[in-house]
Every structure is written in structure tokens, then in C-alpha cells.
Design a protein around this ligand. Structure first.
Ligand SMILES: *Cc1c(COP(=O)(O)O)cnc(C)c1O
Length: 349
């Protein structure tokens, strides 16, 4: 660190490792194993317009999202990945010293942003079976951040339970991070936007749409809330989405058949991997996402992670007490998962 560094906050986010020492079978960052829609390459096309700044309001992209989700474009915000959308939510709706609420086991970025923006946190422990304790959340004060399905558990909280939280205290926001919702769309909270002014739904094209390398994320909320988020965007990074991403996003939204096909392949592989690991004596949580959270029979997740890495397969291990027995395994192509299952069978003995 230089002597000039003035940031008081805690530790930065630690992304899944991207080692360059050899070719790994990469099952550690929940990327999609299949390429994006073929319409994406077509959409990039002629690049002569890159000399011009992009539309700072991303209006065509927002309109396309709004049409796809039955909302008004005023209820849609577009960001450079959902991480940027989440950052703007923290900036717009929290002030230094405020308290934010989230579970003990969830997406690591919520804590990072809380630290960066000088916020207090109230951490609510998940139940022993890793389900979300809605009653305990109701006893808290401050905006709630919930990943649904949760990461790294893959468990989903029914929208009816989120509705209870929204209703219980209409004076705080519930920010529902639906990064994995396309793998089980009936659980989206988007229909709740009609009823609740204190709801923000966040989604991304990084997982199901296979566009992690492009950086596209979205926020859905009341038009007033979206206006607030936009004020922050225009105060920080007015041209937050480049021209290529805006047209790629529109193309990706339109290819619903391709999305359905990707989701069907990934979920079929996930079900097969879940059963196979359970048959080997692993504990596997029932995932609604494109990864599984699994504990080997010896329940030493760190050891299993190292063993897999030594054998060319990267998964993610979180060293906190409750997560330590588990690893998070991204669902890859069927042959990748066969490699993983063969290694798991050996390690189980
Ligand atoms: C992957 C992920 C994100 C970040 O997605 P980007 O859109 O790539 O920034 C946000 N929230 C959760 C829960 C995720 O798993």
C-alpha cells in the first residue's frame, strides 16, 4: 500500500482465481459453459460508431428489457454488470453509519460494499439447513440485501416469503439479487414490483446469458427508485454501458429460445451431478442455480478443493466455519462434470 491510500474500508472482493500456470477445468466462477447466443456476434457488426459516446441512458436496451419483463422502461436500470447496479444502490440509498442487513452466508460483495461506504452491518445467520430465516430478518432494521437463489448455497426463498419482508416494513428497501433466477424463473420477484414500492430486483447477463465478459446487469424497481439510481450513475459514470454492450444486450434479450436451451442443458447436468455426488456419499444442497454446494464424505472442503486443483479442476472453497466442509462447484459441460465425478469417486474412498 502506498502512503497516499485514503480508503478506510475493509478488504476488497476476492474474485474466483484465474490461474495462468496451466489449463484448468474451470468450475469456480459460475460462468456459463456454453457460448452466448449467435445473435450476439452479429450484433457487434460494424464498429465505426465507436468513435461516438454511447447513449448514457441506455434507452433502447432498457426498452428491450422492459418489453421482455412487462415493465415500463422507467422501471429498468442498466449497469456494467450487476455489481455496478448493487454499488449504485448502496450509494443512492445508504449513508455512512447506516446499517444494512444480510445473511451470514451470501454473496461476498455485500460486505465489501458495506465496508467501502462506511456502513454498519447486521448479519443474520442462516438456519442450520442454510435456509433464510425470514422471521429473524423481520426483527432487524436497515435495507436488506438478499441473493435469491442464494450463493453459494443455491437455495431459493419463495417470493411469498420476500413479500412478507416487504410488507412487514415498507420503510426499508429489500434488494433481491437474482443473478441465477433464469435457472428457475417462477421464483422471480419481478411480479411483486406491482405491489411493493420498497423492492429492487437485480439481475445479470453474466450467468445464464453467457456474457460475463461483456458486463451487463439490470435493476428493476419503481420509476422513482430507478430515477434515484440514475442520479448516482450520472454523478459517477454517465457512459456506464459502452455501445457494443448495449447492442449485444438487446440481441441477447431477444433470443429467448437460445436462453431456454442453455438453461435446460445446464439444469439437466446439474440434476445428474447432484444425484451422482449424493450416491458417492456427498451432502449436496438442492440447487436452483448453475452450481452446487457439496460436502465430501470426509467433510474437509479445503482438502477436496486442493485435491481437485492438483488434478486440474478448479472449484471454489470458502474457509469460513460454516462453509468449510463444502465446495461450490459450477455446472460445466457434461464431459467436465464427468472428470469431476471420476475424481470425486476416488477421493470418496
Ligand atoms: C455473479 C454474481 C453477481 C455479479 O454478477 P455481474 O453481473 O457479473 O457483476 C452478483 N450477485 C451474485 C449473487 C452473483 O453470484
Amino acid at each position: 500500500m502506498s502512503s497516499f491510500y485514503r480508503v478506510a474500508g475493509g478488504r476488497p472482493y476476492v474474485p474466483g482465481e484465474q490461474p495462468q500456470d496451466k489449463q484448468y477445468c474451470k468450475l469456480n466462477t459460475n460462468e456459463c459453459p456454453y457460448p452466448p447466443s449467435p445473435l450476439v456476434a452479429q450484433a457487434i457488426g460494424d464498429c465505426s460508431d465507436l468513435r461516438l459516446y454511447p447513449d448514457p441512458t441506455s434507452l433502447n436496451l432498457r426498452a428491450a428489457m422492459a418489453t421482455a419483463y412487462g415493465l415500463s422502461p422507467k422501471q429498468v436500470f442498466a449497469g456494467g454488470g450487476s455489481d455496478e447496479v448493487l454499488a449504485y444502490c448502496f450509494m443512492a440509498f445508504c449513508r455512512a453509519g447506516d446499517t444494512v442487513v444480510f445473511p451470514d452466508i451470501t454473496y461476498g460483495f455485500y460486505q465489501v460494499y458495506a465496508d467501502l461506504f462506511g456502513l454498519q452491518t447486521q448479519i443474520v445467520p442462516l438456519h442450520d439447513d442454510f435456509t433464510v430465516p425470514t422471521d429473524a430478518l423481520m426483527q432487524t432494521e436497515g435495507h436488506i440485501f438478499l441473493a435469491n437463489p442464494n450463493a453459494p448455497t443455491g437455495l431459493v426463498l419463495p417470493p411469498a416469503d420476500i413479500a412478507k419482508l416487504l410488507e412487514h416494513n415498507p420503510h426499508r428497501l429489500v434488494i433481491v439479487d437474482e443473478a441465477y433466477i433464469d435457472f428457475l424463473t417462477e421464483n422471480t420477484c419481478i411480479p411483486l414490483l406491482k405491489r411493493y414500492e420498497n423492492l429492487i430486483v437485480v439481475q445479470t447477463f453474466s450467468k445464464s446469458r453467457a456474457l460475463a465478459g461483456m458486463r451487463l446487469g439490470f435493476g428493476f424497481a419503481s420509476s422513482d427508485i430507478i430515477e434515484d439510481i440514475e442520479k448516482v450513475q450520472f454523478s459517477f459514470n454517465p457512459y456506464n454501458i459502452d455501445r457494443l454492450s448495449q447492442r449485444v444486450g438487446i440481441a441477447a434479450i431477444q433470443d429467448t429460445a437460445y436462453l431456454a436451451q442453455t438453461v435446460a442443458k445446464v439444469t439437466a447436468t446439474r440434476e445428474r451431478v447432484t444425484s451422482a455426488l449424493r450416491a458417492l456419499g456427498f451432502e449436496v444442497l438442492t440447487s436452483a442455480a448453475n452450481f452446487v454446494f457439496a460436502a465430501p464424505p470426509h467433510r474437509d472442503g479445503g482438502r477436496f478443493y486442493t485435491y481437485l486443483k492438483d488434478n486440474g479442476v478448479l472449484v471454489r472453497h470458502f474457509a469460513t466455519a460454516r462453509c468449510a466442509p463444502f465446495v461450490r462447484i459450477t455446472i460445466g459441460r457434461d464431459d467436465d462434470m464427468d472428470t469431476l465425478l471420476a475424481l470425486a469417486a476416488k477421493e470418496g474412498k
